[in-house]
Design a protein around this ligand. Structure first.
Ligand code: PMP
Length: 365
């Protein structure tokens, strides 16, 4: 294990060591079956069990009401940018309302426009997506087919820690980079989706949780694999699912339940980790400048800048020497981004915090 670095990648991202160890132990042959999880059929009773337990674990973690379906889909989060309007906007005269709070919600808009009318009810680009809107800065029309938002903007590091106001309009959330980081009041949502490669497992599977009544609203005549209705009808076995990725998601949900102790405990740990870094940023007298405004800061992606490019380059090089990896910010924002998802251990954040303190002292000499 000594050659593992502290991986602050925004995704695919760090996984719990317990999960990796279990996967390694099972990789050549699943106990009692003798086949690798990379080789086994998606029609096997083993995989039926994997799907059933993963769904049951997600239901338990989220206290999911019975009238919600859990789907395991492919195509990443970006396919959902298209599937949502294909299923829920196509052929309708109603518009869909989008809150644009960062790169990912912005990218969802043109896909939706291919299927119907879209109203951008908030656009944070003018403020470099450094903050979320106050409730009086946007208005979701009661005539909207749905209201769409991104709970955590992975690139800018801004996160909604409570739901936007959408009245009775079905609320849809891209939770790709903060799913399961805290308990979610699922009854407020019509649909929540998340690609796996940040908080859930490896790339390849996307979890879609949707309320039953939404299936009734889905457009008819869609291509089979693009239809939520068909995917729900076939219980996510319409075609070959990414078996191994789903199996890792199962192990992550077990870890959350058995090792972490559920989502409230996970949130407490996530807050502790994020507070450590934000406190240092705030106490650095402007040496570290946070990108997100304090009220909008993400628990998952901590974005900040150093005084100039040369200092930033030195910071990244020094970090890498200490085994603190993948800290470079997204090219559109620049600076540094520390992604500290669920599986980032507290010790990893301590190591980064120590480095932040020392680097500032060293640079000021
Ligand atoms: N939405 C959010 C919030 C994301 O962070 C990402 C990936 N970084 C995506 C969507 C796109 O995910 P994918 O690459 O699985 O399509």
């Amino acid at each position: 294990m000594t050659d593992r670095v502290v991986n602050f990648s925004p995704g695919p991202a760090v996984l719990p060591l317990e999960v990796l160890t279990q996967a390694r132990d099972d990789l050549l042959a699943l106990p009692g079956i003798g086949i690798s999880p990379l080789e086994i059929s998606h029609r096997s009773s083993w995989f039926d069990g994997v799907l059933a337990e993963t769904e049951a674990n997600l239901r338990r973690l989220l206290s999911l009401p019975d009238n919600y379906r859990v789907l395991f889909m492919q195509g990443g989060a970006r396919l959902q940018f298209s599937l949502i309007p294909l299923n829920l906007l196509r052929g309708r005269t109603q518009p869909a309302d989008y809150l644009v709070t960062g790169t990912w919600s912005q990218m969802a808009v043109p896909e939706a426009r291919k299927e119907g009318q879209v109203r951008v009810v908030y656009d944070g680009q003018g403020a470099q997506f450094s903050r979320l809107p106050r409730p009086d800065e946007y208005f979701v029309g009661s005539d909207a087919a749905y209201a769409y938002y991104t709970s955590n903007e992975t690139i800018q590091g801004v996160q909604f820690l409570s739901e936007p106001v959408a009245g009775d309009v079905p609320l849809i959330c891209d939770a790709s980079s903060d799913f399961l980081c805290r308990p979610l009041p699922m009854e407020k949502y019509a649909l929540v989706y998340a690609c796996a490669q940040k908080n859930l497992g490896p790339a390849g599977v996307t979890i879609v949780i949707l309320r039953d009544d939404l299936l009734g609203r889905c457009a008819d005549g869609l291509h089979t694999v693009l239809s939520y209705k068909q995917c729900a009808k076939e219980k996510s076995l319409l075609n070959t699912p990414p078996v191994f990725a789903v199996y890792i998601v199962l192990l992550v949900t077990r870890w959350l339940l058995d090792r972490v102790g559920g989502l409230a405990a996970m949130e407490a740990l996530n807050r502790q980790k994020a507070n450590l870094l934000y406190t240092l940023i705030d106490q650095s007298q402007g040496f570290y400048q946070g990108h997100a405004e304090p009220g909008s800061r993400s628990l998952m992606n901590v974005t900040f800048r150093l005084p100039d490019e040369a200092t930033q380059t030195a910071f990244l090089a020094g970090a890498r020497e200490r085994g603190l990896a993948e800290l470079k910010g997204h090219r559109s924002v620049g600076g540094i981004r520390a992604s500290i998802y669920n599986a980032m251990p507290l010790e990893g954040v301590w190591a980064l915090a120590d480095y932040l303190r020392e680097f500032q002292v060293y640079s000021r000499r």
